[in-house]
Design a protein around this ligand. Structure first.
Ligand SMILES: [Zn+2]
Ligand SMILES: [Zn+2]
Length: 172
């Protein structure tokens, strides 16, 4: 499984190609790192976030942001040109085609599992075993967002805090 995590120290996005093999995640910029919770991957199946051990995870389509919208807009622009040229059949065909491309892409792209707490992303086989994790829940997401805001606020005041259930990061 592949892990993408945000460095808790400097906020840089980092990747671990195989979290089972790596055992440890370290920031490419500031070198702050921590041991990954590899024990949370049992028989190649993800149980909880390997970065912060939170069991609240959600799944979403691993769709590049804005790509779906881009396809719709391009389809709309092209169909408008055909409409202007008084070619209604092509207008409808283009609209239909862009909707189809969108749909096919949506069903073909794999899911990505994301941690509510630390926003780490986990990709690959076993990242959502037996559909254990569900799509984003607004109530749960809001709870963790508030927690992040509080931590950010405390950090600004000079405190060094991490979520209570999350192990402290230590320099290597
Ligand atoms: Zn860093
Ligand atoms: Zn996490």
């Amino acid at each position: 499984m592949e892990l993408t995590f945000l460095c808790p120290n400097c906020g840089v996005v980092n990747h671990v190609q195989s979290l089972e093999a790596a055992g440890r995640g370290a920031c490419s910029k500031c070198r702050v790192g921590r041991s990954l919770h590899c024990e949370l991957v049992e028989d190649g199946q993800l149980r909880a976030c390997p970065w912060c051990a939170t069991t609240d995870l959600y799944v979403q389509k691993d769709f590049p942001q804005g790509l779906g919208l881009f396809i719709v807009i391009v389809g709309f622009v092209i169909s408008t040109i055909f409409w202007y040229l008084v070619m209604p059949l092509f207008t409808y065909l283009v609209l239909l085609a862009s909707a189809l491309v969108d749909m096919v892409l949506y069903y073909r792209v794999p899911d990505v599992t994301i941690c509510y707490r630390c926003l780490s992303q986990i990709r690959g086989a076993g990242s959502n075993p037996e559909n254990r994790f569900h799509p984003f829940d607004l109530a749960v997401g809001e709870r963790y967002r508030q927690e992040r805001l509080r931590i950010e606020e405390l950090r600004k005041r000079g405190g060094n805090v991490e979520p209570s259930s999350s192990p402290l990061s230590s320099p290597p």
